[in-house]
Design a protein around this ligand. Structure first.
Ligand SMILES: *[C@@H]1O[C@H](CO)[C@@H](O)[C@H](O)[C@H]1NC(C)=O
Ligand SMILES: *[C@@H]1O[C@H](CO)[C@@H](O)[C@H](O)[C@H]1NC(C)=O
Ligand SMILES: *[C@@H]1O[C@H](CO)[C@@H](O)[C@H](O)[C@H]1NC(C)=O
Length: 343
């Protein structure tokens, strides 16, 4: 019987081996952890009064995040493995993280379990470049930060519209108004939640997307403002798709090569602890978040999607994550959208 297991315990970029003998015991004393906690507080400019009730409550969450990360690091086989550890979310309890950053994506289908994979040979046989990264083509805007507004569905939809404007018109990638979609897209609930396909549908049936300068981002839902057409670039979506590609991830790779970036939905329940590597385990497919895929890389031993998140550039790999292709990991193939814009 195994009573204790050795795990990787990671603080920022340094990891050490530790022994966890129960789900709550880290093998590291509070005294040893405090300097790491203080380092975390100062790095992310968290201002909890020293030794106040809040300070200790957050310390408890920090400790629990480390325990969870260490368990997630259990499947650390080699340098392709995902690494979990201290992130800017480490002082949140799992419930707080879920409430603030994950959301109800308004589609019962996204909560159905689908356990299917795409044979890796199918992906290896595709006649596509071994690596596509649309960032290198200058059509991906800077990483956005949704902060406490649960409108990932609007961020990830607008990101792909921005990319396709740059791709199809050759202009520099614009910053378009996410706030307009948050406030005005009917059938959705702003920072309270929404659906990528219904946002894209709203854009296709006649909405005109203005620039972020004209309709800037707030951290909350507001009343929809109607802007006059004068002096405004007004972007129109001509068509979009909303595809279920579970067990057909070769098609996702083909679309990334032929069409451009994709808007998808995922399960991000463990992403708050992600600090790097390729996610290959520890994800369900109960989708609760939406992101953009900006490319893929088939050159290494583990084929991966390059995934852009909207939690700021101080999350993950400069705002991005790597997710293995082929296992519908994190439900990434369940709801896949391409976008075309009117040039
Ligand atoms: C908080 O208290 C610790 C000692 O318990 C001390 O090392 C640290 O500098 C204090 N931090 C601040 C911001 O006062
Ligand atoms: C690393 O581990 C993964 C399993 O997570 C495996 O698929 C891959 O082939 C391994 N890579 C190397 C270089 O050993
Ligand atoms: C969507 O629009 C693009 C460009 O306008 C066009 O090439 C493509 O065929 C259209 N797709 C559908 C399904 O209408």
């Amino acid at each position: 019987m195994q009573c204790s297991v050795t795990f990787l315990l990671c603080f920022f970029t340094t990891c050490v081996l530790t022994t966890l003998s129960s789900p709550n015991f880290l093998g590291v004393s509070d005294e040893q952890l405090i300097p790491h906690y203080e380092g975390f507080l100062s790095k992310y400019e968290k201002k909890y009064t020293n030794h106040s009730e809040e300070y200790w409550k957050r310390f408890h969450n920090f400790k629990q995040s480390l325990v969870k990360s260490s368990y997630l690091n259990k499947k650390h086989y080699n340098d392709t493995s995902a690494v979990y550890g201290v992130t800017k979310f480490s002082d949140l309890s799992p419930e707080e993280f879920k409430r603030i950053y994950l959301e109800d994506l308004r589609s019962p289908f996204l909560f159905k379990r689908v356990k299917q994979t795409t044979p890796i040979e199918l992906i290896r046989q595709l006649k596509v470049p071994q690596k596509v990264d649309w960032r290198e083509k200058g059509i991906i805007s800077d990483v956005k930060n949704q902060k406490s507004c649960g409108a990932c569905w609007a961020f990830s939809s607008v990101e792909t519209v921005e990319s396709m404007v740059a791709k199809e018109t050759g202009v520099a990638v614009p910053d378009l108004s996410v706030q307009e979609v948050i406030d005005c897209s009917s059938d959705n609930d702003g920072c309270g939640g929404g659906d990528t396909c219904s946002a894209l549908n709203w854009l296709q049936i006649g909405a005109r997307l203005v620039s972020d300068d004209a309709y800037p981002l707030k951290d909350k839902s507001e009343v929809c403002q109607v802007l006059s057409e004068e002096g405004q670039p007004m972007i129109q979506v001509s068509n979009y798709t909303c595809l279920g590609l579970v067990s057909r991830e070769d098609e996702m790779v083909q679309l990334l090569a032929d069409v451009g970036p994709l808007t998808v939905t995922v399960d991000a329940t463990t992403w708050n602890n992600y600090i790097g590597g390729i996610i290959q385990f520890h994800c369900s497919d109960f989708n609760n978040h939406a992101v953009q895929i900006v490319g893929y890389d088939l050159t290494g031993p583990v084929p991966l999607y390059i995934v852009r998140n909207s939690w700021g550039s101080d999350f993950g790999i400069d705002g991005y994550l790597h997710v293995k292709i082929g296992d519908n990991l994190c439900g990434i193939a369940k709801r896949v959208s391409t976008v075309h814009v009117k040039a």
